[in-house]
Write a protein that binds this ligand. Structure first.
Ligand SMILES: [Zn+2]
Length: 150
């Protein structure tokens, strides 16, 4: 038996992103149903307990340091503090260049994250709600009955 969220990589990505955004299991369940991929609140709650990437405790920033975020934040701090003259001073080109490329990397990442949701929505739009693997009473699915999307 498998968890109904783990059984479908697309559903898993979207559900985990919603969890990371701090949405409640009830909200996610309702949203997924609207999207054509019904997942019960219980299944989401259970998935939360065994998901590979644990949620960071509330109010605690992930400790894994991200260079793109560090560069972007520090460059933004410096640039914000600059006068217009300093901003366009060629001596500061490096700061701007690094700040912008970090910003670009972060934007690209955001866009990529959105694409998992878009792919799911596109699938639902084209084919309508997809046949759902037979759900057992406890919300689990039986291995092998999950429907492959691609
Ligand atoms: Zn799971």
């Amino acid at each position: 038996m498998r968890c109904g969220v783990c059984a479908d990589p697309h559903v898993q990505i979207v559900v985990e992103e919603d969890l990371d955004k701090g949405h409640t299991a009830k909200f996610i369940s309702e949203t997924m149903t609207v999207r054509g991929f019904p997942v019960s609140t219980d299944v989401i709650l259970r998935h939360k307990t065994h998901r590979v990437k644990p949620l960071a405790p509330e109010g605690v920033k992930p400790t894994k340091r991200d260079i793109a975020i560090l560069v972007q934040e520090r460059a933004a701090d410096k640039i914000e503090a600059m006068s217009a003259d300093d901003l366009f001073d060629p001596a500061n080109d490096n700061l701007l260049k690094h700040g912008l490329s970090a910003q670009k990397a972060l934007d690209a990442r955001e866009k990529q994250k959105g694409s998992a949701v878009s792919a799911l929505l596109e699938f639902a739009r084209l084919f309508g709600p997809r046949p759902v693997a037979a759900l057992l009473e406890d919300g689990m699915t039986i291995d092998g009955e999950a429907v492959e999307v691609e």
